[in-house]
Design a protein around this ligand. Structure first.
Ligand code: ADP
Length: 387
């Protein structure tokens, strides 16, 4: 039977008079292949180690060829690796071959670094060889981390600056009617010191004017609230899973100590919902961040994000196994400026409510002391139009 891979080999084998020539071709490949490349046999023993592998690991090929590949692994992988190969040879079940994975590599100087490992497999007669290509991704990971930090900073900054702008606009606009109300009321009080019939008519006028001004103040507050909730809503079909994944990353940035395990279970992982992507991400980020912070003292901290579908709607729940909402918050948790945190602003939940209401829905919470809190809301499922 023709070797299906023979097409890959364009060298005229008659050029090789002896195995030495073939050996020198293979050596030159090992010296020039740009990624670190390691070939092992089916018992895990290193057969070839490329020049780039020498540079990456800090070993000479002669130090490691003939040794078990597990000398390049961290403790956790080392103990299991021989078993992995045996399992694969017996069951044929691929866990990493052809898939690729991020693993930790142990260098000659004892450091460990994250690497991307891709494994190919070759059969020579009855025996199998495995070729690993290894790429240092320390820098890539640092960049990803930096990007997610920046995203979080931008998210937080825009939230704070929106709140800051709103607060100063509100203070400015409200100042006028409130000053007018105070002036009218003071004038009315003074006129009541020794009131004549004429004065009483003027008191009535002053009180009417004060009432008008306070209604104007109310209108300003309402206008600002509408601006925040509806102003810039950009409703589109949004990939819900991508939004949740981004929010989980953002919510975890800057948290010290052990992080809660986040379990995302979606009835349809490909669902798209009608939402403003950035605002929805803010809702998830706030809820997840709150849950992570609430779980700081919980023994096996867990957060579950579940989604289900019915009647054109997607129901979403963010639940944790933390202490639940405190006594003072349980009755009106979405009111602004309530916080139990030393550095909290008490705005996260109120922003979530404003955003979800702007999407035409409501957000609810159920909470049991000691058994966690669960926030639930629904969004319209986007219907894909197929031509
Ligand atoms: P902040 O996070 O600034 O305090 P929030 O409005 O986001 O503002 O939250 C208000 C309060 O609600 C928090 O201080 C906390 O006490 C409580 N809270 C929010 N989410 C949870 C949760 N998952 N578990 C327990 N308490 C929570």
């Amino acid at each position: 039977m023709a070797d299906p891979l023979s097409d890959l080999w364009r060298v005229d084998t008659s050029d090789f008079q002896d195995s030495d020539s073939l050996q020198s071709i293979l050596t030159s490949i090992l010296r020039s292949v740009p990624d670190a490349m390691i070939v092992i046999d089916d018992s895990g023993v290193i057969m070839a180690f490329s020049l780039a592998a020498e540079t990456l690991f800090g070993y000479k090929a002669s130090d490691v060829v003939g040794k078990n590949i597990n000398c390049l692994m961290t403790e956790t992988d080392r103990v299991h690796h021989d078993q992995y190969i045996r399992n694969y040879l017996v069951t044929g079940e691929r866990q990493i071959i052809g898939i690729g994975r991020i693993v930790e590599a142990r260098l000659a100087n004892g450091d460990s670094i994250p690497v991307e490992l891709k494994i190919g497999e070759a059969a020579i007669g009855d025996r199998k060889l495995f070729t690993g290509f290894i790429r240092d991704i320390t820098e890539r990971q640092a960049n990803i981390h930096r990007i997610s930090e920046l995203q979080a900073e931008i998210g937080n900054f825009s939230r704070l600056s929106a709140v800051g702008t709103m607060a100063s606009a509100m203070a400015h606009e409200l100042n006028q009617p409130l000053t007018a109300v105070a002036n009218y009321l003071e004038a009315a009080r003074d006129m009541l010191d020794a009131p004549s019939a004429d004065d009483l008519a003027m008191v009535q006028e002053a009180l009417t004017a004060a009432a008008e001004q306070s209604i104007r103040a109310g209108q300003i507050v309402r206008r600002l609230r509408d601006y925040v909730s509806r102003g810039e809503l950009d409703l589109r079909p949004v990939d819900l899973k991508a939004v949740i994944d981004d929010a989980v990353t953002i919510a975890k940035v800057g948290i010290d100590g052990p992080l809660a395990r986040v379990v995302v279970r979606m009835e349809d992982p490909e669902v798209r919902v009608l939402a403003d992507r950035l605002q929805l991400r803010q809702v998830f980020a706030n809820l997840i961040r709150n849950a992570i912070e609430a779980l700081s003292e919980t023994e096996t901290p867990q957060i579950w994000i579940h989604t289900r579908h019915a009647d054109g709607e997607t129901a979403i729940q963010v639940r944790d196994n933390g202490p639940g909402l405190s006594e003072e918050l349980i009755h009106s948790p979405f009111d602004a400026f309530q916080t139990t945190k030393a550095n909290g602003m008490g705005l996260g939940l109120s922003i979530c409510q404003t955003i979800i209401e702007a999407h035409g829905s409501t957000i609810e919470v159920s909470s049991q002391p000691g058994a966690g809190a669960a926030f639930t809301f629904t969004l319209r499922t986007a219907i894909e139009v197929t031509e």
